[in-house]
Design a protein around this ligand. Structure first.
Ligand code: PLP
Length: 364
């Protein structure tokens, strides 16, 4: 088996020590295990800068999409209407979730290389008074753009609507003042910036809004309120919990604290991201997103112009030398993506860029 590091934004490269945690088969009804769940929930609230009296954390089996679907299908009632702000595939997925569950919604669609405009959101809320909830993605992993949730939260909160944020690929890697912004539901998952392995998502919910979800869910297993109600008692998961993933996540949270918390992690991601963009630019490779809105998580690069270029060839070449990159996902340009979250350091970025340089020479 070829060993390589992942430059994909989840699953991502984890530490040996996080992987080792999964060597234990843990009992689920045991007090020790329930305590691990409770500690994770408490620490998540700290990372979100919210108080336990006002907010609560729910862990939900499945990948990130399960978390987003759980929130939308539990929080938006049959007589409510969700405004979805979308500038990428993950925003569009929220509309797909609504279609499947027959939840009333409308979409404010924005080009993939642009951020949504808070003033436009304000207008939409004024023109469509039936809207009760607004949802958006923070770091659109489709392109790597970082949306301005602060500006949008401000107008959403001013009108008293419920705010849902998919911060899947940014939570823990970009500091978010969830309480100050008044975000009601924010979603992320185990295998992104906290650097655990896949298996569950988590939702930080404003208690008051979560209480309104009681009896509203369209799905049994994704019922956010019921999941919370069981977990809140003593840390027991409602159905079989992904024990190995939970143990790995608890370890990953400890390691994040050792690194220096969100600020240190964010700095490492930003530094590596800017270094990567700089070195690619020196090779003539441009980013799809302009520097003003480029986030620190993942970067979309345009295909080089002057080469006989095949993404497959390049992917194999780089993989043989120790790194796995990502194909592009935007629809209006030929691109590839490089994520820099996970256990990735400056030396990896330098090495990766050397490999790119070598590869571009071979096809020149
Ligand atoms: C990873 C991710 C998701 C969830 O995707 P899954 O494949 O279900 O884990 C959702 N939104 C964003 C922005 C993401 O980056």
């Amino acid at each position: 088996m070829i060993q390589y590091k992942l430059l994909t934004p989840g699953p991502l490269t984890t530490t040996e020590s996080v992987k080792k945690e999964m060597m234990t088969d843990h009992c689920t009804w045991d007090d020790d295990y329930k305590q691990i769940t409770q500690t994770i929930r408490k620490k998540l609230l700290n990372l979100a800068h919210v108080k336990e009296e006002e907010y609560t954390a729910v862990l939900m089996q499945g990948s990130g999409t399960f978390g987003v679907e759980s929130v939308i299908t539990s929080a938006v009632g049959d007589h409510d209407k969700l405004l979805i702000i979308a500038n990428g595939a993950y925003g569009e997925r929220m509309a797909d979730i609504c279609s499947h569950a027959k939840i009333p919604y409308m979409v404010y669609e924005v080009n993939y290389d642009q951020i949504p405009d808070a003033q436009k959101v304000e207008e939409l809320l004024q023109e469509n008074s039936e809207i009760t909830h607004v949802s958006m993605v923070h770091s659109e992993t489709t392109s790597g753009i970082l949306n301005d949730i602060e500006a949008i939260a401000k107008v959403v909160k001013a009108t008293g609507k419920t705010m849902i944020v998919d911060a899947m690929s940014s939570f823990g890697g970009v500091d978010i003042e969830v309480g100050k912004l008044g975000i009601d539901f924010i979603i992320s998952s185990a295998n992104k910036c906290i650097q655990g392995v896949p298996g569950f998502s988590f939702i930080i919910c404003k208690r008051e809004k979560l209480m309104e979800c009681k009896g509203r869910a369209r799905s049994l297993s994704l019922d956010l309120y019921d999941q919370w109600e069981t977990m809140e008692k003593d840390g027991k998961w409602r159905f079989t919990s992904p024990t190995h993933t939970v143990l790995a996540f608890a370890k990953a949270m400890e390691e994040m604290e050792e690194e220096g918390g969100i600020s240190a992690r964010s700095e490492r991601y930003y530094h590596n991201n800017r270094l990567l963009i700089q070195r690619m630019k020196e090779m003539g490779i441009q980013t799809y997103i302009g520097s003003k809105h480029q986030g620190p998580i993942i970067t979309t690069f345009l295909y080089p112009k002057n080469h006989q270029f095949s993404f497959r060839d390049m992917y194999e070449y780089i993989k043989e030398r120790g790194y796995a990159i990502y194909p592009g996902k935007v629809t209006d340009a030929d691109t590839f993506r490089i994520g820099n979250i996970g256990e990735i350091y400056e030396e990896d970025i330098m090495k990766l860029c050397d490999i790119f340089e070598e590869y571009f020479h071979t096809i020149h």
